[in-house]
Write a protein that binds this ligand. Structure first.
Ligand code: NDP
Ligand code: 2IT
Length: 448
């Protein structure tokens, strides 16, 4: 599909030629450039001054060897990455993903998305992302610690509280952040807010654990209310059962919805009585079990192998919270046929482009990831603020900030869509509003 502007279309061709075999990166760039057509037509200086060309090229990519030894004495070598994509409005900020599927293209797509998401929060954070093709599943705590220490032994040279502040993402939770922070502190001999998502005893922020899932629901609530709907009484299906999914489930249930299904990469559980969240949290956060264990312990719940099947379950609201491209056209059609009226992306880029087109075409309310899941990184920025102040806010204070940030973000994205002739299209609105602040800053700096 071509982009309706000759310059941006040729830029897209160059991105594909210079970054071959990175389909996720191409997908993320194409969506943003397509949304920015009316912006560059209105403001040609973004093209003339080189802003668009700079936007699609990371400022820096760091790629490194991560050797570590398992409990049997066998040496493994993984590959680590940090893509420092754009620092126009603040230090690079974004998570680390540890998953066997990680390669440069995944980190580039995530880093690119992070630029606009972070801008949308209204807080001073640039865009970055990192990770490794390491699989924490099935590893002992000792092995995870050794891997994290080796990873940080290289990464520490390139990050800092005013330079680049990593956090968690898939496969990186509080355990991994603890090992990473401990090693950074040891190597630098400094106690600074260089990572977010830290434990509460050593500089973490209250409500950071909950923030992405809660923020997703706050954003979705704004979108639903504008359309005369709400979570109250709705049936919700959530994919994933990790950090984002668990706290989306918690807030959706607190808002009066019934969450009837959740998944992991092996399969999904259907629980007609509503997910028993304390049970799910124990199995996933404490015992690190597969989701099949939920159906073994919960009377009346069913387990089905294969994670994509979760979208066949009838629901009013779908919250994809697992991974990229997990909700395709077939799944979108099933959701539409079953009467789904809202899809909000908790994961990054979980819906394929044809699925997004189908959902929007059918009038389903659609909340794109870079707006809807921005509550996590926004609260990371609040963690940075608290660390800089050497002070702590209460859970309620952080949660109030988060609510306001998500509400403002929703209104900014909606207003940008209206201003550029795409009323109701939050994909366009989020891309445009996220870009403008970054683009204006890049113009102000000149060619750098
Ligand atoms: P977790 O590692 O806590 O959980 C990931 C969940 O997604 C698990 O249930 C996992 O299943 C499932 N999953 C992962 N990969 C796949 C796959 N290839 N196919 C099917 N299911 C999969 O990660 P998070 O909850 O932190 O992240 C989930 C999504 O949200 C990601 O897209 C992430 O980028 C995004 N996100 C996270 C934020 C955060 O603050 N943590 C902020 C904003 C976005 P299994 O255990 O079987 O692998
Ligand atoms: O995708 C994301 O926004 C995250 N994984 C959170 C990043 C952060 O710095 O908190």
């Amino acid at each position: 599909m071509s982009i309706q502007n000759a310059y941006l279309n040729s830029l897209m061709d160059r991105v594909m030629a210079r970054n071959p075999a990175e389909p996720e990166f191409h997908q993320a760039v194409r969506e943003v450039l397509a949304s920015l057509v009316p912006v560059v037509e209105d403001r040609p200086e973004f093209i003339q001054e080189g802003v668009m060309d700079c936007l699609v090229e990371p400022e820096r990519i760091i790629k490194f060897r991560v050797p570590w030894e398992d409990e049997q004495g066998v040496v493994h070598v993984n590959r680590g990455f940090r893509v420092q994509f754009n620092s126009a409005i603040g230090p690079y900020k974004g998570g680390l993903r540890f998953h066997p599927s990680v390669y440069e293209g995944i980190i580039k797509f995530l880093g690119f998305e992070q630029i606009f998401k972070n801008s949308l929060t209204g807080l001073p954070i640039g865009g970055g992302k990192g990770g490794a093709d390491f699989d924490p599943k099935g590893k002992t705590d000792l092995e995870v610690m050794r891997f994290c220490q080796s990873f940080m032994t290289e990464l520490f040279k390139y990050i800092g509280p005013d330079t680049d502040v990593p956090a968690g993402d898939i496969g990186v939770g509080s355990r991994e952040i603890g090992y990473l922070f401990g090693q950074y502190k040891r190597l630098r001999n400094e106690f600074t807010g260089v990572l977010t998502g830290k434990g509460l005893s050593y500089g973490g922020s209250l409500a950071r654990t909950e923030a992405t899932g809660y923020g997703l629901c706050y954003f979705t609530d704004c979108m639903l209310r504008d359309a005369g709907r709400s979570f109250d009484g709705a049936t919700v299906v959530i994919s994933g059962s990790g950090n984002v999914a668990l706290y989306a489930c918690e807030k959706a249930a607190q808002s009066g919805a019934k969450v009837v299904a959740m998944s992991d990469s092996s399969g999904y559980v259907y629980d007609k009585d509503g997910i028993d969240l304390p049970l799910m949290k124990r199995l996933k956060e404490v015992e690190r079990k597969r989701i099949a264990a939920y159906a073994e312990e919960r009377p009346g719940a069913e387990y089905h192998a294969g994670c994509a099947g979760v979208w066949q379950i009838p629901c009013g609201i779908a919250l994809p919270c697992a991974t990229q491209n997990e909700l395709d056209l077939t799944s979108a059609k099933a959701l539409i046929a079953n009467g789904c009226f809202a899809v909000a992306e908790g994961a990054n880029m979980p819906c394929t482009p044809d699925a997004v087109d189908a959902l929007q075409g059918a009038g389903v309310l659609f909340a794109p990831a870079k707006a809807a899941n921005a509550g996590g990184v926004a609260t990371s920025a609040l963690e940075m603020s608290q660390n800089s102040m050497r002070f702590y806010w209460t859970f309620e204070e952080v949660d109030e900030h988060l609510k306001k940030i998500m509400k403002d973000l929703y209104h900014n994205a909606s207003a940008a869509a209206v201003r550029y002739g795409a009323a109701g299209d939050l994909v366009a609105g989020a891309n445009i509003a996220g870009f403008l602040k970054v683009g204006e800053s890049m113009l102000a700096y000149g060619i750098v």
